[in-house]
Write a protein that binds this ligand. Structure first.
Ligand SMILES: [Zn+2]
Length: 113
């Protein structure tokens, strides 16, 4: 992969990470602990609140996983081996990287073939 393309992917990955961090910061309130003994909140809405919180925590967990994948991809760019499949070493198709720039595996290895 040429330097220009690598630079492009670096910018894409950085922008992606910034978007994920911003989204995570925006929904911070949804992950706050649900107050269980609040008089004003009925039993049903407490259940709702817990469910919303559980979903928010799961979304946040997935974002953290994605951020780690992005950080790893950025590290590979720095080390010059970005774009090579971590499993077989073959080049990952640029089209695949354009769709999922943090992809660590080629399509064959990712699909277990
Ligand atoms: Zn592979």
């Amino acid at each position: 992969m040429d330097a220009g393309k690598r630079k492009e992917f670096r910018q894409t990955l950085q922008a992606l990470a910034a978007r994920i961090r911003a989204a995570d910061a925006q929904t911070e309130g949804e992950r706050a602990p649900v107050e269980l003994d609040q008089q004003a909140v009925g039993r049903l809405s407490r259940m709702d609140a817990l469910q919303v919180q559980a979903m928010a925590l799961e979304t946040s967990r997935r974002r953290a996983v994605e951020l780690r994948r992005i950080a790893a991809a950025l590290a590979r760019i720095d080390e010059g081996d970005y774009g090579a499949c971590l499993e077989c070493g073959e080049e990952i198709a640029v089209r695949r990287l354009e769709l999922t720039p943090a992809a660590p595996l080629c399509i064959a290895c990712a699909s277990g073939k």
